[in-house]
Design a protein around this ligand. Structure first.
Ligand SMILES: [Zn+2]
Length: 263
């Protein structure tokens, strides 16, 4: 069985409440033997930890999403501190910056609040000695600036999930020690720039994800995504790298081990 890891799935999402066990079975059948489930905010983290405790092949990341800062109010911060040290938790996040949905009447206030939360979670990752899973939308330069200011805190500081930047920016994240992960977008017709970037990227700096339930790869684009589809992204990557699927999957398994310690 090919050891494919989906490094970013929102398994706790209500979209799976009706058939979560079947979703996990389909992932296993497709060779997706490891799933990093992302818990963001208090309720989502609690649900994600239960999944990671129940299933041997599910691991957890815990954090606060930049678009949902109110899902873990400041007075509940200790909940996140404790969750980050849970034995099934292999990363902090997703955290990061997302300017796409900020209100224009308080742009600066919104940016400041996201940055504060991001820095605080970087600090938590450093203290817990775990990598960070970073979400970034329309905020590449500020994300780079924040990471530079914070400094490289681990040999493997983490991953830029669903990377959507250009090649020059990717090089800057690589230089800071970060890995990128790519998902369904890699298969989209309108993403030639991402394919070029991934084709040229260092092959030990790329991981795979779904971001399920969103961003389903072709031919499922527009429908509910699920971890099993990581395999379709892996197949696309094998075409881009002009390597056998097995080689690509083994290479990425080594990267996943290095970054998240998942065996
Ligand atoms: Zn996500």
């Amino acid at each position: 069985m090919l050891p494919i890891t989906d490094t970013h799935a929102h398994l706790d999402d209500a979209a799976y409440d009706g058939d979560r066990d079947a979703v996990l079975e389909r992932a296993r059948a497709a060779g997706v033997t490891r799933i990093l489930a992302i818990g963001i905010g208090e309720r989502s983290i609690a649900k994600t930890l239960v999944l990671a405790e129940r299933h041997e092949d599910v691991f957890a990341a815990v954090g606060v999403h930049p678009n949902g800062l109110d899902t873990l109010p400041p007075e509940r911060w200790t909940f996140l501190e404790q969750a980050a040290r849970h034995p099934r938790v292999v990363a902090v996040g997703e955290t990061g910056l997302d300017y796409h949905r900020l209100k224009t009447n308080d742009l600066e206030g919104g940016k400041r609040a996201q940055r504060e939360s991001f820095m605080r979670q970087l600090d938590l990752a450093r203290r817990a000695d775990k990598p960070v899973v970073i979400h970034c939308r329309e905020a590449l330069d500020d994300t780079l600036a924040a990471l530079r200011e914070f400094g490289r805190f681990r040999e493997e500081p983490g991953v830029m999930h669903c990377f959507a930047g250009d090649r020059a920016r990717a090089e800057e994240f690589f230089a800071l020690g970060y890995t990128i992960s790519v998902g369904g977008i890699l298969t989209f017709k309108n993403a030639p720039a991402l394919r070029d970037l991934v084709r040229a990227a260092p092959r030990d700096r790329v991981m795979l994800e779904t971001d399920a339930p969103w961003l389903a790869p072709e031919p499922h684009r527009g429908t509910r995504n699920e971890p099993a589809y990581t395999r379709l992204v892996a197949e696309k990557l094998a075409l881009l790298w002009e390597e056998p699927l097995e080689t690509v999957v083994e290479r990425i398994a080594a990267t996943v081990r290095r970054v998240f310690g998942i065996r």
